[in-house]
Design a protein. Structure first.
Lengths: 203, 203
DNA sequence: TTCTGTGAATAGGTTCACAGCT
DNA sequence: AGCTGTGAACCTATTCACAGAA
């Protein structure tokens, strides 16, 4: 398959959010653009990589386009997600409603700290991270969320990769090394604040 | 000032993190690149937008480059940050060590929910969001973090903008409208998972 | 010799503009 | 007439490659 840019995928995801809230049966590229903060040409180009979903003179059928984008993004199948790191951030993520809503189900939580192990979080019992490999062998997961301290992140990731995890959402503030068939997305909040600092400093 | 791309700024922020951990007194663009997951040419180009900080044949002085990047990013001055939304995510952010470490001080927390108002969070008392404008008039902040539900985010942002906030880090999963002199960075975690879903679906 | 600094070349993403359906 | 689909033009970011300083 043709290489699609990350920004296109992110925009599709944004369009999807608005399609799901749309009231009218059809929507134009211009309207989607306005909602998603982009241009109508961009919307049409983004969609054109995957096919021709619209009707000229009319726009896009909301239910059809919704279905198509969900399909492109692979959201139909639903995912089992394991979370490593039961700190504050892990806690927020477990509760985060947006994940479940989108078909991402957190099925297990791991931590190192014996004070956390055994406690219940949103219906899940925090397990000792030493069980990570054996658990994943029994119940594989495609996606893991890493919310550990920076120091342990790479080690945890190595173990996840060995256990067959293919995609990792990383909240630890370090770039992670993984083999080319594994996808990592790092969310670094301090870094986001620093870009804001830069824009404040340069005006 | 010449327009610098967001990706350059983000990489500077990554380099800075490694410079602060570096042990040797000098470092080459190749080494910084390896640590930061990029190329040596990229490192040199990024830095060249702001000056010539290295010595040919030698590399960059770690303390000097650290200072220069902190200066470029505007991190020397320190920032007062207000947080709106005392939910799970807000709680995680208040505790997040990376912020304080980098000179971002959360000075107030606001919420709408009377059950949360008055409770202590990390030494701060959660205040009723109705005091937002009067508080900001007394003690202005340049930066706000918005961690409210999607529905209230735009309204909160309008009030922040009217109160003189110039930079917003948004965790609500909606694009926000702000005047051109205000900078917004949105972190949307469900969206990050969706890009991972896409890459799993297309292999 | 090593490693920076930087124009030039390349690649990639966005916008334009218009032909072609409905 | 309205709005899509898309090649072409444009613009921006990355990579190359090499001259030049330590």
């Amino acid at each position: 398959m043709r290489k699609i840019s990350d920004s296109t995928i992110r925009r599709l995801s944004v369009y999807l959010r608005f399609l799901e809230q749309a009231k009218s049966p059809t929507i134009s590229s211009g309207e989607l653009a306005r909602l998603g903060g982009t241009t109508s040409a961009q919307v049409r180009k983004d969609l054109s990589f995957f096919g021709s979903f619209g009707k000229r003179g009319l726009g896009y059928s909301v239910p059809e386009l919704t279905r198509r984008i969900r399909d492109i993004l692979g959201l139909e199948r639903g995912y089992r997600v394991v979370l490593v790191g039961a700190g504050r951030m892990g806690g927020a993520l477990v509760q985060y409603h947006g994940f479940r809503q989108r078909g991402f189900h957190i099925t297990a939580i791991y931590d190192q700290d014996s004070r956390k192990i055994g406690s219940r979080w949103n219906g899940l019992v925090v397990r000792d991270v030493k069980h990570l490999e054996t658990d994943l062998k029994k119940d594989p997961s495609d996606i893991a969320i890493v919310a550990t301290p920076a120091e342990s992140a790479q080690h945890v990731v190595d173990r996840l990769v060995r256990s067959g995890v293919k995609a990792i959402l990383n909240f630890a503030p370090v770039p992670l090394n993984v083999p080319p068939d594994v996808e990592v997305k790092t969310v670094n909040m301090a870094l986001e604040l620093e870009t804001l600092s830069y824009s404040l400093a340069n005006r």
